[in-house]
Design a protein around this ligand. Structure first.
Ligand code: IN0
Length: 447
């Protein structure tokens, strides 16, 4: 009920939700009626592990859909092993190191996970994933196997690292390396798959996958900053000491000591600044994707991430509870991120939101202002805003334009693409309102 009221309080999000759920059309609908049991199982696992993201994977072009679905499930399996604190390191470490070899087997599964691991089914019924893995093109299998090998060994190194176990991540370099293993490598694998399929320019692999590394790091760093409270409750931490030690003696103090909340918010600002460094690469990467469903698949998590960063920036709640973006905002972001100009508009919008939330008392105020300015300039270079005041003419940070927030800069370039659906949605809303009014008059007439 609360969610419905929230939606009604935000009419543009209500319209987006209606458009998304009622008028969404798939370019390549996934039909599993006559599919083998193993494929049906795999798509069920996908839905169990990730509700919203599974929908994005199911929309993918058939050439890559199963390959990316299997890649996602194998990574989930690896992640579940890494995550399981009940597993003895003597079992966990060799399992991670040899996980890629399991992919060569016809039948294998693992029943040793603790009962609290929510995705343990993926490991317990891994035999279905293997059946479908072996049906992929050999080149696609090789990519999944290569990344599984690199990621499994990277994760194992961290588990063996005493310092990491007791203190969490030490330096910013360690922070980047950890994010490389769990997310940067995902970008490498996806880039290889999309280039092989002819869906992305080979530039995405340049400089040792620098652009796709940023894609992964931007997502993972945003998750880490957002999950401060959840990770603290689970007794772990991924905030790098090199950053948080400037603001507190001990990381849990941001939550435990109310007088340190302000320092916690400033620590988050520094981490947001660190994550924003990846944005130029993210926008460049997205400009190199040539196929539309692959573009959506890559763009949706990125626009969610920038919206999340804007939400958690200068927000003390992050230290006390889980902060998430509204469901309606998610629908709106999905709808407007279908084109590159749409994505650039979304980034421009949230960069402005962050700018407006900046506090002069924040030690990183200036650096953040400069970074945001650079990103906004890049957005302008990619797709200039009609009638915009050039950055050098602007004197001060501009006030948030209500129009930007409510209907949005998103509206301009995504408009052509969604005009038809918008028309249908407006017609549907009008019909509902008309029916309600007619019913009301009818009832009045009967009284
Ligand atoms: C992902 C990434 C992902 C998608 C597209 C392109 C990418 C390029 C480089 C790196 C990662 C890329 O996206 C998902 C998104 C996701 O799962 N969202 C969650 C929401 C949430 O808050 O967790 C959802 O349920 O909707 C992602 O986060 N990761 C991921 C994993 C596998 C694959 Cl194949 C693609 C996880 C991670 C750790 C960020 C890489």
């Amino acid at each position: 009920m609360g969610k419905l009221l929230q939606l009604l309080a935000h009419p543009t999000e209500f319209r987006a939700a209606l458009q998304y759920f009622v008028f969404k059309k798939s370019m390549y609908p996934l039909v599993l009626d006559d599919a083998p049991e193993s494929l049906k199982k795999c798509y069920q696992f996908l839905e169990l592990t990730s509700r919203s993201f599974s929908a994005v994977i199911k929309e993918l072009h058939p050439e890559l859909r199963d390959a990316i679905m299997i890649f996602y499930l194998v990574l989930r399996a690896l992640d579940t092993v890494e995550d399981d604190m009940t597993l003895d390191p003597k079992i966990k470490v060799p399992l991670l190191r040899t996980f890629d070899e399991k992919l060569l087997l016809k039948d294998w599964n693992f029943n040793g996970c603790g009962p609290n691991e929510k995705d343990r089914l993926v490991l317990e019924e891994f035999q279905y994933i293997l059946i479908e893995y072996h049906k992929l093109k050999p080149e696609y299998q090789d990519i999944v196997k290569k990344i599984t090998y690199k990621m499994g060994n990277g994760m194992a190194d961290y588990i063996l690292d005493e310092k990491f176990n007791t203190n969490g991540v030490e330096t910013i370099k360690d922070f980047d390396l950890y994010c490389h293993y769990v997310a940067g490598l995902v970008g490498e694998g996806l880039s290889d798959l999309m280039v092989l399929a002819g869906f992305a320019d080979s530039e995405v692999q340049a400089d040792n996958y620098q652009l796709s590394e940023s894609m992964g790091l931007f997502l993972q760093k945003t998750n880490i900053i957002r999950d401060y409270h959840e990770d603290l409750e689970d007794g772990r931490s991924f905030y790098p000491r090199e950053v948080w030690s400037k603001y507190t003696e001990s990381l849990p103090n941001f939550f435990n000591k109310p007088e340190e909340r302000m320092s916690g918010v400033q620590c988050i600002s520094e981490l947001v600044l660190n994550a924003l460094e990846h944005v130029p690469d993210v926008l460049t990467y997205l400009s190199l994707i040539r196929e539309s469903t692959s573009f959506n698949f890559c763009a949706i998590p990125q626009v969610m991430a920038i919206a999340t960063l804007a939400e958690i920036y200068n927000n003390v709640n992050v230290l006390e509870k889980n902060v998430k973006i509204r469901k309606g905002t998610t629908c709106k972001l999905i709808l407007y991120s279908r084109t590159l100009p749409g994505v650039v508009d979304i980034f421009r919008h949230y960069v402005r939101v962050i700018n407006q939330k900046s506090d002069v008392k924040d030690p990183n105020y200036l650096k953040i202002g400069i970074k945001l300015g650079q990103i906004e300039q890049l957005c302008e270079t990619m797709y200039p805003t009609k009638g915009a005041i050039p950055p050098h003419v602007r004197k001060e940070r501009q006030p948030i334009n209500e129009n930007i927030l409510n209907r949005g800069t998103f509206d301009r370039s995504g408009a052509e693409v969604i005009a038809e659906e918008e028309f249908k949605t407006n017609a549907a809303i009008s019909l509902v309102v008309f029916t309600l009014l007619a019913l009301g008059f009818f009832m009045l007439g009967r009284l």
